[in-house]
Design a protein around this ligand. Structure first.
Ligand SMILES: CCCCCCCC/C=C\CCCCCCCC(=O)SCCNC(=O)CCNC(=O)[C@H](O)C(C)(C)COP(=O)(O)OP(=O)(O)OC[C@H]1O[C@@H](n2cnc3c(N)ncnc32)[C@H](O)[C@@H]1OP(=O)(O)O
Length: 153
C-alpha cells in the first residue's frame, strides 16, 4: 500500500513524518477523491477517563491527515505523482472541530477526508473521525500553500 507521507520529502512533522522519532507517524492513503487513515491510540492517549481519547490528539490527527490530503490533491491537480517534481507544501490556516461523541480509546480511529474547495493557494478539507462506524468528530480545515523553502531544515 502506498501512503502519502512516505512520498513527501523534507517533512519533519510531529504528526506525520515517518522520520520524526517522537511523532505519531500517521499513514494516509489517497484514492484520487478521498483519503483514509487508521490510527490505534495507546493507553496514554486518554482523556480524563482511561476509556476515551484526548481531544488534542484527535485534533492533531485530523490536522495532519487533512493537510496531507490537501497536498495529495494538489499534486493530482498538477498532473504529478505525489512528491514528483517541485515540492508542494501546505500549512494549516484554520481548523474547526466538532467533538460529537466521546471517542473510544479501543479504536481503531478511522479518519476520512475530502476537499470541498480547491483554489490556487487555499484548499478546504472536510474530515470525519469514526470508531466502529460511529461518527465521533468532524472538522473543516483551511490549508494554505506555502513555498517549498518552508520545508528546509
Ligand atoms: C509553520 C511551519 C510549517 C512548515 C511546513 C513545511 C514543511 C511541510 C512538509 C510536509 C507537510 C506535511 C503535512 C504537515 C501537516 C501539519 C500542518 C501544520 O501543523 S502547519 C503549522 C500550523 N500552521 C501555521 O503555523 C501557519 C501560520 N500561518 C501562516 O503562516 C500564514 O498566516 C498563512 C500561510 C496560513 C497565510 O498567510 P498569507 O498572509 O500568506 O495568506 P493570504 O495571502 O492572506 O491568504 C491566502 C488565502 O488563504 C486564506 N487564509 C489565510 N489565512 C487563513 C486562516 N488562518 N484561516 C482561513 N483562511 C485563511 C485567505 O483568506 C486567502 O483566501 P482567498 O484566496 O482570499 O480565498
Amino acid at each position: 500500500m502506498t501512503f502519502i507521507q512516505d512520498q513527501l520529502a523534507d517533512n519533519h512533522c510531529f504528526g506525520c513524518s515517518p522520520d520524526n522519532p517522537h511523532g505519531h507517524h500517521i499513514k494516509s492513503t489517497w484514492d484520487g477523491e478521498r483519503s483514509i487513515c487508521h490510527f490505534s491510540p495507546k493507553p496514554w492517549h486518554c482523556a480524563g477517563s482511561p476509556h476515551y481519547v484526548y481531544g488534542g490528539l484527535i485534533a492533531s490527527l485530523i490536522d495532519c491527515h487533512s493537510v496531507c490530503t490537501a497536498i495529495a490533491e494538489a499534486y493530482q491537480r498538477e498532473g504529478r505523482a505525489i512528491g514528483e517534481g517541485e515540492t508542494i507544501f501546505y500549512v494549516t490556516g484554520s481548523l474547526n472541530i466538532s467533538y460529537l461523541k466521546a471517542t473510544p480509546i479501543a479504536g481503531p480511529l478511522v479518519l476520512e477526508a475530502r476537499l470541498s474547495e480547491a483554489g490556487r493557494r487555499k484548499s478546504v478539507v472536510l474530515c470525519t473521525l469514526s470508531v466502529n462506524g460511529e461518527l465521533c468528530a468532524k472538522a473543516e480545515l483551511v490549508a494554505i500553500r506555502v513555498p517549498a523553502s518552508w520545508g528546509e531544515a
